[in-house]
Every structure is written in structure tokens, then in C-alpha cells.
Design a protein around this ligand. Structure first.
Ligand code: CAA
Length: 263
């Protein structure tokens, strides 16, 4: 692949959008390659993913403006669908995804980070939905996910003004969970991923599914979703070992003794 790198180490996969000359802007080829990489994620050997951008300046500086500049209405809609389909695949992947935002996260960059489960960023990160300044709306989910992430009022303000915000403000409004010095970001992401990867994989996946699917429905339906996914964990080796270890007071064993059983 030309623009997307993928490596797996110690049960953690790292996807790197690798188009640094264009600040990792998302053109059709990047989206296509990302789609293929997501299809290739093997959930029997990967327990957590990290998504980041190549270079020290940019995570993703948005959809490719050059490619979009001459689109017709129909082509614009199709391009939006292409991005949305890939981002939805990322969002609904069974394993959790951490966005390690190492610089600009503008337009499609902010949008792809919001399709991840957890966002952490470097101190030089810049977030924004500058699309109205380009004569378009956010088109890869920004009008929907930003409002759900930071609240309607703040999302509307960011989107209508097109104003960029820095890392500390992103932290304050809840767009990211933590800010790190640039050189510490990937180590922090890997440490977080390793903690997640140590936990029972079926339970972690079911938690992701319960939270994501529960948010789309009313509370009565949401708790039923939780009940089913809670029940689904029982009779698994992880559940037997996890509870057995606790009852035997063998905390040292934890869940590390049952890697990938019943995945
Ligand atoms: N699309 C295409 N190319 C881009 C790009 C983008 N979104 N962002 C940066 N680049 C390219 C630049 O054209 C430039 O290429 P050349 O060297 O060939 O000229 C290269 O990356 C470096 O960029 P700059 O020279 O502009 O770097 P800078 O440090 O001066 O500025 C920046 C950085 C503020 C991020 C600036 O590049 C910028 O404003 N980029 C556009 C950001 C943007 O508007 N993103 C939203 C796109 S629309 C969208 O995403 C719609 C959607 O929701 C789907």
C-alpha cells in the first residue's frame, strides 16, 4: 500500500496514514487503502488498534481539497459516502481504536478521529471543521459526530465559525481525553492500548458494542442490548478464568492466562 501502513505487535495494531507531503490529506486512494486495511484486521490476534498520521506535523489535514475542487453535486455526494462508509467501518470495528492525534486534525481529520473510540493528542494538535470556509459542509460525519462528542452548542459554534482550536481547548471541551508532549504521544497510546489488550477480549468488544449501539436507542432498548452482551460473556474461558482467579484470590494470574480463547 502506498498511503496506509499497518503493523501488529503484542496484540496491538498500528495504522498510520502515510501521505506526509500532503499532511496526510484523505484522497480516494487513501480512503480505499484504509478500507482494505480495516478489512484485514484479524480480531483473533489484534485486541486494540492505534490510528495515527505520518510525520510530526499532521494527523490528517482533511479530505483532499484538490480532488474535491471540481466535483459535481452527485460526485460530491458519492465522495461523502465513500468517506462515511470507511469511517463507519472503523467506528463499528469489533476492537477498540485509539486515535493518536499528532498534529493537524482538520475537517476529515477531526472526523476520522471522532470515529475512533478514544482520542489522545500531542500538544501541537489543532482541531477544527473549517469546511464552511471552503464553501461546503463537513462531509465525513462531522455534523453528526461532533455534536454527539462535544455537545450541540459547541459543535455548532465550531462548525459555523470554522474556527480551529488547540489541544488544550480540545481537552477542555472533551474532544480528547489527554494531551501529551509530541515525543511522548505514541508511547502513551501504546501504553493505553496495552492495558486494554490485557483485558478479556470478548468483554472489551462487548463493552464497545453495548456503548455504541446503546447510544443509538432509548434507555429501555439500551439496557436490553447491554443484558444480551453481558450474558454473551458467560461460559467463555475468560469469564471462568477471570472470576475463578478472583475467587481463588490468585490476582497474579488475572486474564493473561487465557489469551484468545473463545475470540
Ligand atoms: N487537501 C489537499 N492538500 C492539502 C490539504 C488538504 N486538506 N492540507 C494540506 N495539504 C497540502 C498543501 O496543499 C501542501 O501541498 P504542497 O506542498 O504541494 O503545496 C502541503 O499539504 C503542506 O501544506 P501547507 O503548505 O498548507 O502547510 P502549512 O503548514 O502552511 O498549513 C494547514 C497547514 C493549516 C493544515 C493547511 O495546509 C490547511 O489549511 N489545509 C487545509 C485544511 C482543511 O481545510 N481541511 C478540511 C478539508 S475539507 C474536508 O475535510 C471535508 C470533509 O469533511 C470531508
Amino acid at each position: 500500500m502506498e498511503f496506509v501502513l499497518y503493523e501488529v505487535k503484542d496484540y496491538v495494531g498500528i495504522i498510520t496514514i502515510n501521505r506526509p507531503k500532503a499532511l496526510n490529506a484523505l484522497n480516494s486512494q487513501v480512503l480505499e487503502e484504509l478500507d482494505q486495511v480495516l478489512d484485514s484486521v484479524d480480531s483473533s490476534t489484534v485486541r486494540c488498534l492505534i490510528l495515527t498520521g505520518a510525520g510530526e506535523k499532521s494527523f490528517v489535514a482533511g479530505a483532499d481539497i484538490g480532488e474535491m475542487s471540481n466535483l459535481t453535486k452527485a460526485e460530491g455526494e458519492a465522495f461523502g459516502k465513500k468517506g462515511n462508509d470507511v469511517f463507519r467501518k472503523l467506528e463499528t470495528l469489533s476492537v477498540p481504536v485509539i486515535a493518536a492525534i499528532n498534529g493537524f486534525a482538520l475537517g476529515g481529520g477531526c472526523e476520522i478521529s471522532m470515529s475512533c473510540d478514544i482520542r489522545i493528542c500531542s500538544d501541537n494538535a489543532v482541531f477544527g471543521q473549517p469546511e464552511v470556509g471552503l464553501g461546503i459542509t463537513p462531509g465525513f460525519g462531522g455534523t453528526q459526530r461532533l455534536a454527539r462528542t462535544v455537545g450541540v452548542g459547541m459543535a455548532k459554534q465550531m462548525i459555523y465559525t470554522g474556527r480551529n482550536i488547540k489541544a488544550e481547548e480540545a481537552l477542555r471541551i472533551g474532544l480528547v481525553n489527554a494531551v501529551y508532549p509530541q515525543e511522548e504521544l505514541m508511547a502513551a497510546a501504546q501504553k493505553l492500548a496495552a492495558v486494554i489488550a490485557q483485558n478479556a477480549p470478548i468483554a472489551v468488544r462487548n463493552c464497545k458494542k453495548a456503548i455504541n449501539e446503546g447510544l443509538q436507542v432509548d434507555m429501555d432498548q439500551a439496557v436490553v442490548i447491554e443484558e444480551k452482551l453481558f450474558g454473551d460473556c458467560f461460559e467463555t474461558e475468560d469469564q471462568k478464568a477471570g472470576m475463578g482467579n478472583f475467587l481463588e484470590k490468585d490476582k497474579e494470574k488475572k486474564l493473561k492466562v487465557v489469551p484468545f480463547k473463545n475470540c
